[in-house]
Design a protein around this ligand. Structure first.
Ligand code: C5P
Length: 258
C-alpha cells in the first residue's frame, strides 16, 4: 500500500487550544457534496469554503458533472474524496482506479464485496500511479441492516459482515475502510493506528436519520476510533450549512480534546 497521503487518525495531542482543536477537527470532517449538478455543488462549496477543507464527490454529482468537479475543487485547494464505490471485474476496476488516480483525489472507494481479486487488482493499479489516492474498501453500507443483508443472501449481522470484509481487505493489502460508527472500534482494533477509517452515518443529536440505519453522533464516532467523518444532509440541507458545519466541528473539537 502506498504511504497514506492523508493525515493519520486524530491524535489527542493535536488539541492544544480551542482554535487548534477546531483546526484539527476541520482536517477530519468530509462534507458529502450530494448535489445534482456542478453549479449547485459549487454554490454549496462557496457557502462552506471558510469552514471546511474536505469534500466528497459521489455518484450523483460525478455522474452529472464528471471530472470537472474534482478539478474545480482541487484547484481551489480542497481535498477530494472520490466516492465512486467501484465494483466490477478486476481488470475493469484496475483501469478505473488508474483513471481516478489521474484526477487528483486523495481518497477513493471500491466495494469490499468485489472480492479479494478485485481489491488486489485495484491496489496494484493504484501503486502503478505516481500520486495514488488512498483506497478505501466499503464494507457494509450504513443504510443496510440485518434485514437488508438477509435479502441479498448474507447471513449474520452487519457487524459480522463488516469484520469479514475488512479482514479480507487487509489480506489483499488494503488499510483503508468505510464502515458505520457501530463497527469502528472493531476495525480500529484490526487495523491498528495506521488504518484509515472513514465513517458516514453521522448524525448530530436531533438531526433527521433519513435512510441511514447504523448511526452515531460526531463525538461518538471519533471517540470510537474514526479517522474521518463523512457528513452530508445534516450540513448540506441545513438552512445555514456553514453554521451546521461549525456545530459539527465544535462537537468534534470537544471530543478530540477529551
Ligand atoms: O446525507 P448523509 O450524511 O447520510 O450522507 C452520507 C454520505 O456517505 C452519502 O454521500 C453516502 O453515499 C455516503 N456513504 C454512506 N455509507 C457508506 C458509504 C458512503 O452513507 N457505507
Amino acid at each position: 500500500m502506498p504511504a497514506a497521503k492523508v493525515s493519520a487518525p486524530a491524535e489527542k495531542s493535536l488539541a492544544q487550544s480551542p482554535v487548534d482543536s477546531l483546526d484539527a477537527a476541520r482536517a477530519h470532517l468530509i462534507v458529502a457534496l450530494d448535489a445534482p449538478n456542478l453549479s449547485d455543488a459549487l454554490h454549496l462549496v462557496d457557502r462552506l469554503e471558510e469552514t471546511c477543507m474536505w469534500f466528497k464527490v459521489g455518484l450523483e454529482l460525478f455522474t452529472a458533472a464528471g471530472p470537472t468537479v474534482v478539478d474545480a475543487l482541487t484547484s481551489r485547494g480542497f481535498h477530494v474524496f472520490l466516492d465512486l464505490k467501484f465494483h466490477d471485474i478486476p481488470n475493469t476496476v484496475a483501469g478505473a482506479v488508474r483513471s481516478a488516480a489521474r484526477l487528483g483525489a486523495r481518497l477513493l472507494t471500491l466495494h469490499g464485496a468485489g472480492g479479494p481479486a478485485m481489491l488486489a487488482a485495484a491496489r496494484e493499479a493504484a501503486l502503478s500511479q505516481p500520486n495514488p489516492p488512498q483506497l478505501l474498501a466499503v464494507t457494509v453500507l450504513t443504510s443496510m441492516d440485518a434485514a437488508q443483508l438477509a435479502a441479498i443472501g448474507v447471513e449474520g449481522t452487519p457487524a459480522q459482515q463488516v469484520e469479514r470484509l475488512a479482514r479480507m481487505g487487509m489480506q489483499a493489502g488494503l488499510r483503508g475502510f468505510v464502515c458505520s460508527p457501530e463497527e469502528v472500534s472493531t476495525l480500529r482494533g484490526l487495523t491498528g493506528p495506521e488504518g484509515i477509517l472513514v465513517i458516514p452515518g453521522i448524525r448530530p443529536a436531533g438531526a433527521a436519520q433519513g435512510d441511514q440505519k447504523r448511526i452515531a453522533t460526531p463525538a461518538d464516532a471519533l471517540i470510537r476510533g474514526a479517522s474521518y467523518l463523512v457528513v452530508g444532509r445534516p450540513i448540506t440541507q441545513a438552512p445555514n450549512p456553514a453554521e451546521a458545519a461549525q456545530q459539527v466541528l465544535r462537537e468534534m473539537a470537544t471530543a478530540l480534546a477529551e
